[in-house]
Design a protein around this ligand. Sequence first.
Ligand code: GDP
Ligand code: MG
Length: 177
Amino acid sequence: EEEEVVEEEYLFKVVIIGDSAVGKSNLLSRYARNEFNLHSKATIGVEFQTQSVDVDGKEVKAQIWDTAGQERFRAVTSAYYRGALGALLVYDISRCSTFDSIARWLDELNTHSDTTVARMLVGNKCDLETLREVSVEEGKALAEAEGLFFIETSALDSTNVKAAFEIVIKEIYNNVS
Ligand code: GDP
Ligand code: MG
């Protein structure tokens, strides 16, 4: 008699939030397709990308959501957050106003989530060192105060992009299993 092996399935929703033009869409396109766009327009069409990640020998699928540019109108809908188990809160290290906005994005995320959400603070555009307005220490301090993971990334030169997503995905896996 043959034994049937039932594989457990993991599908985790992850949302990317943060001010306009901090590099959210490029972080996702770099991660999912290894693509970068210097003149990217507001995302049209695709709502999310699905990526498979190996965690402890198990195939985990992350459904990663990108805003369709609604953040410009401060109107990211509750549907966007619904069911999210992970979040990347992105700012641009060369624009301190985008770092100051993180508190508001955190509030919005907390308002819309009723479960534990794995949260990563992401300081993007770390290739722009000469234009830096937010220090690594400021990023770390905010992350510590709010209980977030922290990483600096560059969607342009790929620094830490994979790590930013995969640390969140692994944390979700730890939270649910
Ligand atoms: P979004 O509005 O948050 O989705 O931001 P986009 O991904 O559309 O990026 C906004 C602009 O920033 C575009 O011109 C990108 O080419 C640029 N950009 C995104 N990521 C980086 C990065 O890591 N480094 C640099 N130098 N530019 C970036
Ligand atoms: Mg975008």
